[in-house]
Design a protein around this ligand. Sequence first.
Ligand SMILES: NC(=O)c1ccc[n+]([C@@H]2O[C@H](COP(=O)([O-])OP(=O)(O)OC[C@H]3O[C@@H](n4cnc5c(N)ncnc54)[C@H](O)[C@@H]3O)[C@@H](O)[C@H]2O)c1
Length: 338
Amino acid sequence: MSAAGFAIVSGAAIEGILLGQHHQVIDVITNAYQLHGQGHSVNPDSYFLRFAQKPDARIIALPAYLAGDVDTAGLKWISSFPGNIQHNLQRASAVLILNNFATGYPRALLEASLISAHRTAASAALGAGALTHGSRSVRKIGIIGAGVIARQTLDYLFADGWSAKEIAIHDLRAQDADRFAQWVNEKGGQAAYAVDDARASCEHAQLIVLATTAASPYLIEPGLFAHAPTVLNISLRDIDPALILAAQNVLDDVDHCLKANTSPHLAEIKTGNRAFVAGTLHDVLTQRLLPDPDRARIFSPFGLGVLDIALGNFVLKAARANGAAVEIDNFFASTARW
Ligand SMILES: NC(=O)c1ccc[n+]([C@@H]2O[C@H](COP(=O)([O-])OP(=O)(O)OC[C@H]3O[C@@H](n4cnc5c(N)ncnc54)[C@H](O)[C@@H]3O)[C@@H](O)[C@H]2O)c1
């Protein structure tokens, strides 16, 4: 047994690899949820590094192992510095280390903000499809938070067959909502427009995407989701616990999601129990849980490290196959013990 080489895969290479691969990525993410749901994974709590002098910033470590055909361990190390957007710099930046499960040796380092955004968007599209009855051609999609994740999510929704006559976008930064609307309108097919408040984005929308950086709930109006939309609660902390309690709640992983002051976590604190959790996305995908058409269906994905491992593994294989991985000779100078 020897340590196989070590490669670096750049964001530029990954952009090329993932271009137009929405369906393959959704398949990779579906497979990861299935393996995780069947217990073929190790996905401990994420570790949050925070800073007293930068209270809104954090760097999160997500270690994980995914078995089955992936059989890879690794670690995503992802920064969130929300102040970056004032300088037209993306909030999140990340690397992913993949380890060889036969020897434990790190085998690759990948740029991971793209991997993270794609796996998040693919997971959201998967959740939207699983939780929605009927047609994916809807009258209105509401989007709150006009950033990188919302853009990637809409891209995956379109690729997965969703369309809307109107798309109403709200962001605290009006210029970002305008720019987002312009980006959608350039694609053609639907009328996208910016709205001044969150309510205008949500009302009458069959599908609502939450992708803000809000630290605490601002969607507090009773009845805001009374029209039973599917809500993709990607940013996790936007929704008042009372709205959570009135909805059918589907999580990616119950223990993970009921932490860190997410809206479902606040609902657990408020009620002292988890009875409001209907189940996991895996339960819906395996039809052990059926979506409830009469209530809002809220999908809250905490974001599992196993998804990054699965997509990172897919990307690394593709990069090695097309020569886009930069192999680093002698990264481990000598691996022989004697
Ligand atoms: N659940 C997951 O797996 C997962 C994965 C990746 C990212 N995320 C989360 O998605 C969110 C969005 O990430 P991003 O990279 O697009 O960030 P971003 O900074 O690019 O965009 C966020 C946008 O939200 C806006 N915003 C903040 N508070 C708002 C509010 N109260 N109302 C309306 N708009 C508001 C900001 O002005 C900004 O334009 C983050 O919270 C991030 O942690 C979740």
